[in-house]
Design a protein. Sequence first.
Length: 449
Amino acid sequence: MFNIISYLQCLKTYLSARTLTQLNVIVTALLAMTGRVTMLGISRWAGEGGSYRTVQRFFNTPIAWAQVHWCLIRHCFLSSDDVFIMAGDETVVTKSGKITHGIDRFFSSLYEKVVPGLSFFTFSLISTKHRTSFPLMIQQIVRSEEKTTCSEDLSSTENSKEDQNKSEPKKKNNQGRPKGSKNKNKEDVDLSPYLCFIQCMLNKVLQIIGNCTILNYIVFDGAFGNNNAMQMIKQCKKHLISKLHRNSALYFPYSGKYSGRGRRKKYGHRVDYDNIPEEYLKETTNEGSIQTKTYQTTLLHKLFSQQLNIVIIVKMNLKTHAKSHVILFSSDLDLPYGKLIDYYSLRFQIEFNFRDAKQYWGLEDFMNVKKTPVTNAVNLAFFMVNLSRALIDEVREHNPFFGVQDLKAYFRAGKYLYETLKLIPEKPDPILIQQMFTQITKIGSINTP
């Protein structure tokens, strides 16, 4: 039913014949195996040509994974009538020990605390038509390497600042603005090493995609709802979609008359989230006792360099009159509120990639410690996320509830049946073989193909 080789043939440009053969064996084993996804576990489930030594050679082979991911996405999911956006997020994998490459202490939203482990930043291509995320580039965050990511770009500016600080006499830290200081251009920001690392990744992704599809929006979570992140995206000639803190101080643009003296006013009244003018109301919906009001307007924030396209979603319980609100924003002032909300909600699809990679494809299980094997193990897990999606889409045309669990049950049944038939002297009737296969497929599956 499934022809894995046909999907892997498109990767011949970036993988050697030996590596492609090894990948075929490993992918087949991953689809059928149970238990922890380690090199030893893969070798136990791999068929002919899948010894532990072969699996070890594959994990120690440098692979251009970003090109491999893009080649599979372009072959299976790219279409001219679809609109794509780019989402980025970080995932943390818990690890113990001290010798694994890049191991450190990172904050995990799953555990809601800092844990020892590895951190990986992922850029994913999201289809607005199929509402699915496809991981495209995954890179490990190494604290020692992160600090030197953009050191060459910032060395000249840092040296000039040091020389300027040496020439100026030291002054006491008095309150207020220093005498003679000039206004700063908020577009000229010094990106942190973390943002430089992400910007470098984004430039590589955009270079790989090229003109195959048009990307206008980069979606991040609320951690990137600041001016520095917006300037980072603007330098890549894209628009940012993110979320502001619910207590953010937003201002209406000043619309009064010029007094005739001094600088023209820029900021008007501050936004009162409990009393937003009805002229900015775009939509009102009711679901039971919950009323949702959506407002959109162009507002100012004193820490941002430009006006922001703001969408405020206010929810109120009609029985208790309790209120809560969410503030979404975009640097594109012409983006309608419906698309802004939809694009930001699609960002969560990348979390499903993290879930599947950890639950089914070994992102949480690998035991490699060196840089190349760790990179290959992580990218193999995300490669399986994309490949399994392509295989599942074949079945969902007539079985919309077919999922990863069913896919693994199908290949596991094929593995059991193949090993059983090797022990029988005479090959049974094909109809009997199909009946046996159908019966075995039900073990562990939810919806049979």
